[in-house]
Write a protein that binds this ligand. Sequence first.
Ligand code: AMP
Ligand code: MG
Length: 402
Amino acid sequence: MISVAEAIQIVRQQTQTLSTERVELEKTLLRVVAADVVADTDLPPFDRAQMDGYAVRADDVKETPARLQIVGESAAGRGWHHQLAEGQAVRIMTGAPVPAGADSVQQVELTTELKDGTVVELLETVETGKSIVKRGSEIIAGEIVLRAGTTINAAMMAVLAAFGYAQVEVFQKPRVAVLATGSELVSVDQKPGQDQIRDSNNYSISAYAELAGAITERMPLTGDETSLLKTQIAEAARRSDVIVTSGGVSMGVYDVTKAALKELDAEIFFERVALRPGKPTVFARLPNGTLVFGLPGNPVSVSVTFNLFARTAMLAMQGATEPSLKRETAVLARSVKGTVDRESYLPAQLTSNDDAELVAFPLKWGGSSDFVAFALTTALVIVPASVKAIEAGALVGVVRLP
Ligand code: AMP
Ligand code: MG
């Protein structure tokens, strides 16, 4: 059995980035940038007024009240492009270029216009540089503003727009097929008969995969029958980068996922991880290159193993710099128990206390099948293998769930 860390390492080693594509800016939210994004202009592109008021020479306002002659107006998009001389002022608006010769902007509230707007009286002195954002003080043309590997968020959309990226080079989205096994499963629109349950894993897996940037496809439900499963996996592999199955990976007579993968000549990288829940997780690659994650059937195991392993692969395929869940430290609010030979990832809710520390509240749950309780989970508390228990108040490792 390998550790969780080793398993994640193997996933990263076996995963290659997908090709890149140029995508219209408005379609790039949450995509991963494939090449460094470079500023094509200084920002601001000119000395910019930060207030409505008057562009002046600070020297002319050493004694107040000072009266200056208004010689023009500089508005946003329509500047006053002359040299400001001694004794002169230019009426200026927020966002407008500051004329040459002026070295400060006095806000309009501290001024009065006289003589039909030909003269302005300044009531207070003004510091040199006041209310001016100097050209290039935010960014100089040629600087890298977003590194390759960055996931584009809403604020970054503005950055891309400001530097003229009408299209952005991003990594392709992985195409993911989701495939549930189990002869007990019926689809969501059916009433389960005797001994049957509705398939829920296909929906959580697809949703997690979409949160990881994938394009998903749900394959038809497949019973516990090797030949049918083989057909479905082969079919899915023709148009997918990743297949995520659930169920059928334990040691039971009807656990046929591994048999199907072997018959399809898949290379199996691991099939047991020292993890609770989620020990029988399988990671393999089909001869055509499609990666397969064979997750256990229990819905809670699905969420844990998907986010530890399959999510990592999907983000790594998109070139993300940090594809794995980030480990943080929290104060444990209630004691938890560990397992002898496996690392535990236990459902919890994450909040913070008045000391600005993260606090993890482990949830009461009925084990790896209790997906109703799991729906409230926002994070997993990590208990190292062989630690019997961790007491309330101790610091623990946690990962947030997407
Ligand atoms: P298995 O890993 O196939 O032994 O399944 C473990 C448990 O998870 C069993 O109780 C299954 O009925 C349940 N299970 C398997 N697949 C699904 C699914 N797609 N949706 C909901 N429960 C499932
Ligand atoms: Mg099963």
